[in-house]
Write a protein that binds this ligand. Structure first.
Ligand code: SF4
Length: 358
């Protein structure tokens, strides 16, 4: 079923709109400049919503400045205290992530819903396997069914207030439980879903778990927003989310990097080159393909097949642009020249897209 639309400030999600990428800051929200710096660097990489923890009143107050200067909608993550959600929404948050079951009863839920309505904000009903509704836990045990039914019940508590600009998340640390719960909820409701595997782990474990869970669900048409939770910098979460969405054929934003695993034929430091190239051009928003390959076995083919490519040689590399061999360059000059050409290709891609839209 197609989900209904939800609005996070001016951002529209659900209803078949492109899957939205989210992340969450790991700074102390009361530290406005550190939090804003992290939000801005994530937004530059494509984060479209950023969530911040609001554990106390000082954090809710800090949101005033953060939300005013953030380039993307900021969502307040609140537990237990409805007043913090209300305060955050008054201070410019365009959403609040709450668990209606632990926010203090119908009156408190109503106060949060009213504040969200006034702010043009979304409420995210968040259910985790670790925080299930007691009645559902007793009825279904710690199962995906209990997660889906908890979410449905908690969504119902908000809908009773007359507020309906909602999304839900059903998160477990197990991939199988996350997938099963999301599927079940999708059968029961058209409320847009935010997908993610909670406490997924560090970069390798977290990306692997998230890719499997999100890959399955996105392929089934389930999921309106995503977060790749990682124990690590939120910037990595954003890059990983786009990599997963690209692999799932859902979002083509940004640079797709293709690189070989290297082998005994490689005569350049390919990993260092790849890291340098990534560092230089990961901010490009246009969907371009860049191949960084170790040698002349598969290098020229892949490099020529991508929008831009390098095929390594002995302390040098051959640069390809749009399938054409441009020139050989010494190793030390490769990354800078590739960046210059990539920005040109990105600009052409952008102009072409604008022309098509006109
Ligand atoms: S492109 Fe060359 S260096 Fe890279 S894995 Fe293939 S053969 Fe090895």
């Amino acid at each position: 079923m197609t989900t209904r639309v939800a609005r996070v400030g001016s951002l529209v999600l659900g209803g078949g709109n492109p899957v939205v990428v989210q992340t969450m800051t790991n700074t102390d929200t009361r530290d406005v400049s550190a939090t804003l710096a992290q939000i801005k660097s994530c937004a530059a990489l494509g984060a479209e919503i950023v969530r911040v923890a609001v554990p106390d009143r000082a954090a809710a107050l800090a949101l005033k400045e953060i939300a005013a200067e953030s380039p993307v909608p900021v969502v307040a993550d609140v537990h237990f205290q409805a007043s913090l959600a209300v305060e955050s929404l008054k201070n410019g948050a365009k959403g609040a992530r709450i668990n209606p079951g632990n926010i203090g009863g119908p009156e408190k839920i109503r106060s949060v819903a009213e504040a969200a309505g006034k702010a043009g904000a979304v409420l995210r009903v968040g259910v985790n396997m670790g925080s299930l509704d007691k009645e559902m836990l007793a009825k279904y045990g710690r199962t995906p069914r209990a997660m889906a039914e908890s979410a449905l019940k908690e969504v119902g508590l908000v809908l009773e207030t007359g507020f309906s600009n909602l999304k839900v998340s059903l998160k477990a640390s197990s991939v199988q439980d996350t997938v099963a719960a999301a599927r079940l909820f999708h059968e029961l409701s058209d409320i847009p879903q935010h997908l993610g595997v909670t406490e997924a782990g560090d970069l390798i474990a977290g990306v692997a778990k998230s890719a499997v869970a999100l890959g399955v669900l996105l392929n089934e048409g389930i999921g309106d927003t995503v977060r790749v939770s990682l124990t690590g910098p939120p910037e990595d979460e954003v890059l990983a989310a786009y990599a997963i969405l690209r692999a799932a054929g859902k979002r083509m934003r940004g640079v797709e990097f293709i690189s070989c695993p290297t082998c005994g034929r490689c005569e350049i430091d390919l990993l260092a080159l790849l890291k340098e190239v990534e560092g230089r051009i990961s901010d490009i928003k246009e969907p371009i393909k860049v191949a960084v390959m170790g040698c002349r076995v598969n290098g020229p083919g892949e490099a020529a097949d991508a929008d831009l490519g390098i095929a390594g040689g002995k302390n040098k590399g051959t640069l390809f642009v749009k399938g054409k061999k441009i020139k050989d360059l010494p190793y030390s000059a490769l990354a800078a020249e590739l960046e210059r050409r990539a920005r040109e290709v990105a600009r052409e891609t952008r102009l072409e897209a604008e022309k098509t839209r006109e």
